[in-house]
Design a protein around this ligand. Structure first.
Ligand code: UDP
Length: 252
């Protein structure tokens, strides 16, 4: 399935619907026995895209990823502003819920890696409650040292997941995956940020009216004061995207 991409600040972000994103995951899992290619999926919001302009490794990882979905109203706005029609926002949290819902029918095995002690387990319990028959093959918290990596990789490999969800925050989750993906032997890995926190009830997601009003970023900033400084990423992103458009036009 061919998917168009918007070039946002040098990152190729897929212009696709949630349904197409799910189809892509299905395709990645189906082709894995033949090509053994471990697919990396990133969920890009404005903050991640801004960070990639200063973090060379993150930039490289995102451009080598198999799929970068537009997680966030800012990303959808930027794609449209740059001339690509972005059909909808594909939030990481929603993508995960859709995949968990489909997992029992497809017999997909899922691994939850990341977040504070006990959170991945709670999120897994919630998944089992919400999506009966879902097969969670392992959980592991996201606080570890370099020395633990070998054992974490072995644990994941042994569990043989089809989908590995990694919640270590940006850019740690993308960098961890980039480094260990070749050893994991897992068809699809996704960096999912605060998804387990929300599933476990540790953190709230913005109410639907705020999501619809494209204000989820504001809600997250209000709920976590430590994030307040990060809210500046959004206006900075708008300026950067405008400058990016001018530069691209000049180069044409
Ligand atoms: N996290 C983790 N290990 C770390 C840092 C963060 O497991 O070393 C978890 C954290 O507990 C949270 C998730 O990563 O569940 C996402 O963190 P945050 O909201 O800071 O990141 P974002 O993805 O929003 O940038």
């Amino acid at each position: 399935m061919f998917i168009k991409q918007a070039d946002i600040l040098g990152i190729k972000v897929a212009a696709l619907t949630m349904e197409q994103a799910i189809k892509k995951v299905e395709e990645f899992i189906e082709t894995f026995p033949r090509d053994r290619h471990p697919h990396l999926i990133a969920t890009a919001n404005a903050e991640m895209l801004m960070r990639s302009t200063k973090d060379e490794l993150l930039h490289k990882i995102l451009n080598e990823a198999d799929l970068v979905v537009p997680d966030g109203a800012g990303t959808v706005w930027a794609g449209n502003y740059l001339g690509m029609t972005m059909p909808e926002r594909v939030a990481g949290f929603d993508l995960v819920q859709n995949l968990l819902c489909l997992a029992p029918q497809r017999k997909w095995r899922i691994f939850f890696f990341g977040s504070a002690l006990g959170v991945a387990e709670k999120a897994a319990q919630k998944a089992c409650h919400d999506y009966p028959g879902v097969c969670i093959v392992g959980t592991r918290n996201g606080f570890f040292t370099e020395a633990d990596n070998e054992q974490i990789v072995a644990e994941i490999k042994e569990a043989r997941p089809d989908i590995l969800l990694v919640a270590l925050g940006v850019p740690k989750q993308e960098k961890w995956l980039y480094k260990f993906l070749p050893q994991l032997d897992c068809p699809v890995s996704i960096g999912v940020g605060g998804t387990f926190d929300v599933m476990a009830g540790v953190m709230k997601r913005a109410p639907m009216w705020m999501q619809r009003a494209k204000l989820e970023w504001l809600f997250r900033g209000m709920m976590q004061p430590k994030r307040a400084g990060r809210l500046m990423a959004l206006p900075k992103f708008v300026f950067a995207v405008r400058a990016w458009r001018q530069k691209s036009r000049r180069e044409k």
